[in-house]
Design a protein around this ligand. Structure first.
Ligand code: ZN
Length: 136
């Protein structure tokens, strides 16, 4: 059983480098869903941030916790905005037929990798290179 699964996997890599129409629809829907989720979450974070500002009182303890919450929110917003941009770029790529292609080496990204992280823009090889660069 395991053997035949492996065979299918290798055949797929050789024969079907490009995503099928069904797969593209699957990813498009998943990306749109992700987009809606992030946008909702961003609105919520922004609302929380502004309600914190409104409820702000002069007590020093409250002030400190406000700062911490605010920093966390800023990080979340920054991360979510980054992801949202990636999702939007991927949605554009679906329209132009470039989705699933690594932006660095222009090789097709493994579909199993795409399924795990639908808005990924790099193949495993390039991702590893980028991560190594970011460490230094
Ligand atoms: Zn690559």
């Amino acid at each position: 059983m395991t053997k035949s699964l492996n065979n299918n996997y290798y055949n797929r890599e050789e024969d079907e480098e490009k995503l099928t129409k069904d797969e593209l629809i699957f990813f498009k829907e998943a990306l749109e869903e992700k987009k809606v989720k992030i946008e909702k979450s961003l609105t919520k974070t922004n609302q929380e941030a502004s309600s914190h500002t409104q409820n702000r009182c002069n007590d020093e303890g409250e002030d400190a916790s406000f700062e911490i919450t605010n920093n966390v929110n800023t990080t979340i917003v920054r991360e979510q905005t980054k992801t949202l941009n990636q999702v939007n770029r991927c949605l554009n790529k679906i329209q132009t037929g470039l989705y699933g292609i690594c932006t660095l080496c222009e090789e097709p990204i493994n579909i199993e990798r795409l399924k795990v992280k639908i808005f990924t823009e790099h193949c495993i090889t390039c991702r590893e290179i980028i991560e190594k660069q970011q460490q230094y």
